[in-house]
Design a binder for this molecule. Structure first.
Ligand code: AMP
Ligand code: MG
Length: 474
């Protein structure tokens, strides 16, 4: 019953300065919290084997599977705008790359003990952040948003010290890769052009085989990020810690630390306890993406030809982001309004609804879900603000030759009925700390079908339930 993994470890074949070989540190007493059966099957793994003792030992870091070449990746990054020349996997190890029917995927353990990049950290994770990442990353996937995945969560039987004692846990993460903007920055800062070129070739072969050289790669990442951030905006997702080391080159949502979905709509919403200036507020995410992509462009400069021409090419590429994002944003929000054909004034129509939602303290998810139904106006403190907007919207629908009723099908297909509301995530974590994983399981399962109605999970938090702050997953 030992799980067999079909490894092909291309990152481990890169030069030694890309990583440090590092086995996971064993834990006292592994226990299964949850295994993602559907994902395991998609990856060609047998979920029953993962839960069995040999599988559990691997998920906890107590055994290294055959063919794995565990390592900690090195990277750098701008954290809240400040430069850190050396970061890296401080509490994670890459076991290897799985060759699956769906392609190549990193198999990583998070919370697996110290590495040379742990700095002052213990290399461990506690139950809360592991549950949050499991719930939210799988919810994002069910919303068709590119993301790292959660294959399993296990308890360690050990205590993790934070502001108090917490039970330890390890998350098994699946990703197209864990290469970040910060990975390029690391080598650029060292003026290691050879490594930059090697990394560039590796990433093109792995993620963007159609890209023509470093400029093609830069453009491809810019496109992927524009699509990704538009999708975040469309579901009210706030990443919370969009540092360059938390921006995936493959265009997946990565690093579920202080992330949250917005309940009441407001563009300046911030959850992260450490984001004092609102740098990563909801509406700033597209601008932050540009800033981060400018750092990637800067890192790639040595590969883009003679300096002045290189700067021009890089600048031009980064300047493509706003238009790419605007198109993606309009496309996703147009569909949210049940509209199918673009019109010039669509951005104003969308923005007008959002402005009224902000003013009327409307719930983001429930308002879009209820568009065209009587419940929509109930979301607003001043329902007439919705009514006057809805009149314009109906005229717009009529120009497509459709009624509100015709639009309801598309509205229900693209606007989720449920998101991973912060208070539900926190309730699941609180119960988990008391040894009760029922809320974790039921919430995770409901979020697998976000476009079906789940009356028990749709309500925004009551006054005493609202969670306004989230904490980094350390
Ligand atoms: P994050 O804010 O989660 O993106 O983490 C930033 C950096 O801190 C990364 O290099 C992490 O590996 C490292 N780090 C975070 N938490 C820990 C921990 N408990 N032990 C060691 N390193 C950590
Ligand atoms: Mg990180």
């Amino acid at each position: 019953m030992t799980p067999q993994f079909n490894f092909d470890n291309s990152y481990a074949r890169l030069p030694a300065r890309f990583y440090t070989r590092q086995a996971p540190s064993p834990v006292a007493k592994p226990g299964i919290m949850r295994v993602n059966t559907k994902l395991a099957l998609e990856l060609g793994l047998d979920p029953a084997e993962l839960i069995a003792p040999d599988g559990l030992a691997i998920l906890a870091g107590n055994a290294v599977p055959e063919g794995a070449e565990p390592l900690a990746q090195v990277y750098a990054g701008h954290q809240f705008g400040g430069w850190s020349p050396q970061l890296g996997d401080g509490r994670a190890v890459l076991l290897g790359e799985l060759m699956t029917p769906k392609g190549r995927f990193d198999l990583q353990l998070k919370g697996s003990g110290q590495t040379p990049y742990s700095r002052m950290g213990d290399g461990r994770a506690w139950l809360g952040p592991v549950m949050r990442e499991y719930i939210v990353s799988e919810a994002m996937h069910a919303l068709s948003i590119p993301t790292t995945r959660a294959l399993a969560a296990v308890t360690t039987g050990e205590v993790v010290m934070r502001e108090r004692r917490y039970p330890g846990a390890v998350l098994t993460r699946i990703a197209r890769s864990h290469i970040r903007v910060g990975t390029f920055q690391y080598f650029a800062a060292k003026q290691d052009v050879e490594a930059l070129q090697t990394l560039c070739d590796h990433v093109i072969a792995r993620h963007y085989p159609k890209a023509d050289g470093p400029l093609g790669l830069l453009n491809a990442v810019i496109e992927a990020q524009a699509m990704l951030i538009a999708k975040w905006m469309a579901v009210g997702f706030i990443h919370g810690v969009m540092n360059t080391d938390n921006m995936s080159i493959a265009g997946e949502t990565i690093d579920y630390g202080p992330c949250a979905f917005m309940d009441t709509y407001h563009p300046e919403t911030v959850f992260s306890s450490i984001d004092h200036n609102g740098r990563y507020a909801y509406a700033r995410q597209p601008d932050v993406a540009v800033w981060n992509l400018a750092q990637l462009a800067t890192a790639l400069l040595p590969l883009l030809g003679e300096r002045e021409a290189a700067i021009e090419r890089a600048t031009e590429a980064v300047h493509r982001f706003p238009a790419l994002f605007a198109t993606a944003w309009q496309d996703t929000f147009r569909a949210k309004l049940g509209l199918t054909t673009p019109e010039q004034d669509d951005p104003e129509l969308i923005q007008s609804l959002l402005d009224r939602m902000a003013h009327g303290q409307a719930d983001f998810t429930n308002t879009f879900r209820a568009l065209g139904k009587p419940e929509a106006r109930d979301q607003f403190t001043d329902p007439t603000a919705y009514d006057t907007w809805a009149e314009v919207w109906q005229t717009r629908l009529a120009r497509e030759g459709r009624s509100v009723d015709d639009a309801l099908t598309l509205i229900a297909r693209v606007n989720p009925a449920i998101i991973a509301r912060n208070h539900r995530v926190e309730q699941a974590i609180a119960a988990g700390l008391n040894g009760d994983l029922v809320a974790f399981h039921t919430l995770t399962e409901a979020l697998q079908t976000p476009f079906a109605d789940h009356p028990g999970f749709a309500a925004p938090p009551g006054k005493d339930e609202a969670v306004t702050q989230t904490f980094c997953g350390t």
